[in-house]
Write a protein that binds this ligand. Structure first.
Ligand code: UDP
Length: 420
């Protein structure tokens, strides 16, 4: 095969779970727009992770998608834990990724000159209450906030995923660049210095799921599930006291917690908008939807960024998925956090103890009384007012950081130089 030496060919490896693929594709789109057509991108995911991305409008011709196997053996019935899928994918990983590269090279006739791969930042220790003060800037974090797969690394419960996470510590310093989906202005300075001393090049390119400043809210009649017009109506009646509840795309809270959330929303009397997957509606207490139909709205999917930007939302009850938290930070809404797994714990701790823009639920799980207490704290009490003020300050920091004077624009330029 004749391989052209002129074009640059970037292979992009996706972590094909949850909302990981979207920010990575957005980074590639930004790179594609900032560079010439002389750069070819091969976006390598699974059929399942690529499918929703292909419907994105205005995908440039120099981004091509390739699907490799998800590693789930034929006929295998998956259990409920999302990590099972991850481990199966990782088992098939090395062979799969080579296949992805082979496919991309065969079709484009360009050898790969650069690899961009999704990765995780992590650290390890054993006692769950130990503060992470051995990492500069993370003294407020505890070992228990780390993803369980990081804590389990080296233990009997070690999985392929936890081994992979542990090995990242030694691999990342070899990367030409480590790029984070975050703003340097929001991270503790000592953490940034420490990471920069350990990595060849550490770049912060801002929130990749959002174009900032956010566009004005669309007219509410274009909103298929009626969330925005419902919020318009609530604003007139209740001001900014709607609780918006969502647990993202992956988490399925246990049935007793769904019931606790429903009971708390009903008992608190605050208006609420709940994005709840269709199949979980059956778990709601009998008569809940009818009894709360005046005060509440339950939908299978909400236009989340717009909802958070609607002035009537006073609190966001969240699982602390990073995209949800980022979308929220751009809109200045205080949070009630119920972290489930992965990076949720660290994010929840940042929200409560570092940025002071929210509160984690007592005991780490939803109970009726615990959630009512949190909702009142944020929406009624003095402490909640301070959280709102802090949330507005964070919003301003984010909007400034995303502007032309912010560091993300400079770091993105550096990334473009290396990739090209
Ligand atoms: N989302 C949404 N509407 C919903 C629920 C979720 O638009 O009703 C979006 C949300 O805006 C976010 C993403 O789904 O961009 C969830 O990502 P996150 O990182 O918060 O959680 P994950 O799904 O990865 O657990």
């Amino acid at each position: 095969m004749k391989i052209s030496q002129e074009k640059k060919h970037v292979a992009v490896f996706v972590f094909p779970f949850g909302s990981h693929p979207v920010p990575l594709l957005n980074l590639v789109l930004k790179l594609a727009h900032a560079t010439t057509n002389n750069l070819q991108f091969s976006f390598i995911g699974t059929e399942h992770s690529n499918k929703p991305l292909l419907s994105k409008p205005h995908l440039p011709d120099n981004i091509k998608f390739y699907s490799v196997s998800d590693g789930v053996p034929e006929g295998h019935v998956l259990g409920n834990h999302p990590i099972e899928r991850v481990n199966l994918f990782l088992e098939a990983g090395p062979e799969n990724l080579q296949k992805g590269i082979d496919m991309a090279v065969a079709e484009t006739k360009e050898r790969v000159t650069c690899i961009i791969a999704d990765a995780f930042k992590c650290a390890n220790n054993s006692d769950t209450n130990t503060p992470l003060d051995f990492i500069p800037g993370l003294s407020k974090m505890r070992v228990e906030d780390l993803p369980e797969d990081v804590i389990n690394s080296g233990s009997e419960e070690e999985t392929l995923f936890s081994k992979t996470l542990a090995s990242l510590g030694s691999v990342l310093p070899q990367a030409e660049e480590v790029v984070v989906n975050f703003f340097v202005e929001l991270d503790p300075t000592s953490l940034v210095h420490d990471m920069r001393s350990k990595l060849k090049c550490f770049l912060y390119v801002g929130f990749l799921t959002l174009s900032l400043p956010l566009p004005p809210l669309p007219p509410s009649d274009t909103d298929a599930t009626g969330c925005l017009s419902w919020l318009d109506h609530k604003k007139k009646k209740n001001g900014g006291s709607v609780a918006y509840v969502s647990f993202g795309t992956v988490v399925t809270p246990p049935p007793h917690e769904i019931v606790a959330v429903a009971e708390a929303l009903e008992a608190s009397g605050f208006p609420f908008l709940w994005s709840l997957k269709e199949h979980l509606k059956d778990l709601l207490p009998r008569g809940f939807l009818e009894r709360t139909s005046e005060n509440g709205k339950v939908v299978a999917w909400a236009p989340q960024t717009e909802v958070l930007g609607h002035g009537s939302v006073g609190v966001f009850v969240t699982h602390c998925g990073c995209n949800s938290v980022f979308e929220n930070m751009c809109n200045g809404v205080p949070m009630v956090c119920r972290p489930f797994f992965g990076d949720h714990g660290l994010t929840g701790r940042m929200v409560e103890d570092v940025w002071e823009i929210g509160v984690r639920v007592e005991g780490g799980v939803f109970t009726k009384d615990g959630l009512v207490k949190c909702l009142r704290l944020v929406l009624v009490e003095e402490k909640g007012k301070r959280m709102k003020e802090n949330a507005l300050k964070v919003k301003k920091t984010v909007l400034d950081a995303a502007g032309p004077q912010g560091k993300a624009a400079q770091d993105f330029k550096t990334l473009v130089e290396v990739v090209t």
